[in-house]
Design a protein around this ligand. Sequence first.
Ligand SMILES: *Cc1c(COP(=O)(O)O)cnc(C)c1O
Length: 395
Amino acid sequence: MSNEHSTPKFDTLAVRAGNIRSDHGEHSEALFLTSSYVFASAEEAAARFDGSKPGNVYSRYTNPTVQCFEERLAALEGGEKAVATSSGMAAILSTVLGLLKSGDAIVTSQSLFGTSNVLFTKYAHNFGVSTTFVPLADLSAWEAAITPATKLFFVESPSNPLGELVDIAALATLAHKHGILLAVDNCFCTPAQQLPLALGADLVIHSATKYIDGQGRTLGGAVVGSAVLINEILGVVRTCGPTMSPFNAWVFLKGLETLRIRMTAHAQNALALAQWLEQQPNVLAVHYTGLKSHPQYELACRQQSGFGGVLSFEVEGGREAAWRFINATQLLSITANLGDTKSTITHPGSTTHGRLSPEAKVLARISEGLIRIAVGLEDIDDLKADCARGFAALA
Ligand SMILES: *Cc1c(COP(=O)(O)O)cnc(C)c1O
């Protein structure tokens, strides 16, 4: 080795970081299915509970398998610390509960995962936290939305399902000028293709359910950032209980080991399918950040090292045509999940974004003819052939 002190690179961290080996010497990470831990004495129990002695206490907030996942994800995102949660939504909720209080305000974008939109407008609102929605890419709109109450900027970049972007570094600069925290939902690119903390974001949020699992099996989430911020969110997890199960953490650990190679393959398939879709009749638009026709293609090349596996496109004829297309496919799974090896197809307007008001749908540009495909790892020729069935049904 040329430099024995060099820090391990991404692919090494993905396989090795956080590994805790027990006295049994197991090579694969152990799965600690235990809710509590035994102490040697009453004195030790007291010291572990009050934190004066390190060690596991209770799996609502300390579990070796979950800790291994947290350390590995933090290493991959380049963050100081991570906290795992039971789902992606639990990660967002725990962030809001941990860092905001009644009277505070959030600014987020109109292009947002539908459930995140409902979390902010209904549930955070019920506890006195208000949310303003702005067009994702429009930095002057972000600035204009700031009030003295604003504590958090929350973005998805690329956004679901249109793949819109914001200049994360510029938004971080704006946020910090006003003492505001920037959280980035990094679900679509994952740390394999985008590192928001390096671009200046304070927190990275994940639905581990998606590409981190990568095979559509388990739900989970995580938040990564500085120890100071993550400890606040860990307090919520410890007290309120949106905890990741050790079994799920073990599945996600295995997922992280192959994350980068899978993301490369997802993105390669997605680009090939997006380019093919652009050539098809009845297609009004194709949305994929890897296409040169994407209005923010240059920004995508600058802040991402890959383009993810999700694309969407609009067919002529509105909902009726979109549903006809979806129903004519045979290989693609009609399901709203994404990040699976199996390609999935969904109609955002009546599923993931179905709970949005008609006005919010217009602002989010969720048209009735919009179809989203989360491109999996099947052979690209078979994916094209399946989409050709959809187009045949529109002819
Ligand atoms: C799925 C998803 C979430 C929510 O994650 P869950 O694990 O389903 O709770 C949040 N953000 C984005 C972008 C998602 O795709």
